[in-house]
Design a protein around this ligand. Sequence first.
Ligand code: PLP
Length: 380
Amino acid sequence: MNVYLDNAATTKPCAEAIDAINLALAENYGNPSSLHSFGLKAQLAVDNARKIIASALSCEAECVFFTSGATESNNMAIRGIVNAYGKRKPKIITTSIEHASIKETVLELENKGFEVVRISPDKNGEVNPVDILNAADERTCLISMMLVNNENGLILPVEKTFKAVKRRFPDIITHCDCVQGFMKLPVKCNELNADLISLSAHKIHGAKGVGALYIRKGIRVLPIITGGKQEKGIRSGTESVPLIAGFGAAVEKLSDTVKQRYDRVSELKKFLVEKLEELDGGEITFNTSEKCSPYIINVSFEGIRSEIMLHFLEEKGIYVSSGSACSKGAKSGVLEELGVSSKNADSAIRVSITAETTEEELEFFVQAVSQAQKKIIKSK
Ligand code: PLP
């Protein structure tokens, strides 16, 4: 039995996305910029996906721009805003628990002379809107804050923070990396008070290599990729019609079931937590609280290092992530920022599920953990 529990890393593409991708590859292979009908047909497929994604975000289609994924969307948001507004306002505020695509981008800008303020979670492991508001001032051009943390699932108070910021400083631009929240929690541009929103297709059963950036009307984002002026000049490069069509199909499939799936995944999380709590082979610490998305469960098994557990589980056909490793196995330090002790961070496992995950799969995982505890802890 193969049990895939690493859906925060990537998801299995759904049949609808695969069909849309295949159709575009095999038949709708025109270049959207071509002036003949073949080109027009490809452009219509891109615009159809744009409409579907806009409808999911409750915004106008013209506010959605396709990219190669959320890493590019995040780069485009930060660099594009800083290039447009950063000369007069050289300060960026973000949190200390962002994904590497934000963290590394702001670090590079800091090395170039921008002022970067990174707000850490408080002693409860939560980001406090007041801390962000207190850091904001007239010199701030951008606040970037993720909706759901990719390591422990923490849901950040984006709506509240951005609302307070906009009330006091209407000119500060707000950006939200919604990769781990889109199609899992309600993500609506106006409710979030976000001027920019980053999305990725492969986290929601689309293909890898495609994402989007929502840009509110009137916000100037200077392009970071220049060329043939596709996507209204904001993102040059021939659009990947198949991947974009697949993105649209995946969003369309999930659009009506956000709440239903959230409820189902919450049930699954509860089931998993209860089963793990029943184990008596060693201490277990949940690095996930009530404030976390049920799609991500981060848990530490005392005495078993993450990599050891990961490979033990892999041998049984169970696929999870080590809870604190971010890119290519490098430790991100985010769990420690979230208040997890260094010892627990070293033994953390991230289990990330979908509404299709079954109780049977979770039981299989729990049994394997129990075997690991017996074998690995006892052998020490
Ligand atoms: N932001 C978050 C929160 C993520 O979890 C990820 C992927 O892990 C990304 C951004 C980057 O997305 P992509 O793989 O589409 O570049």
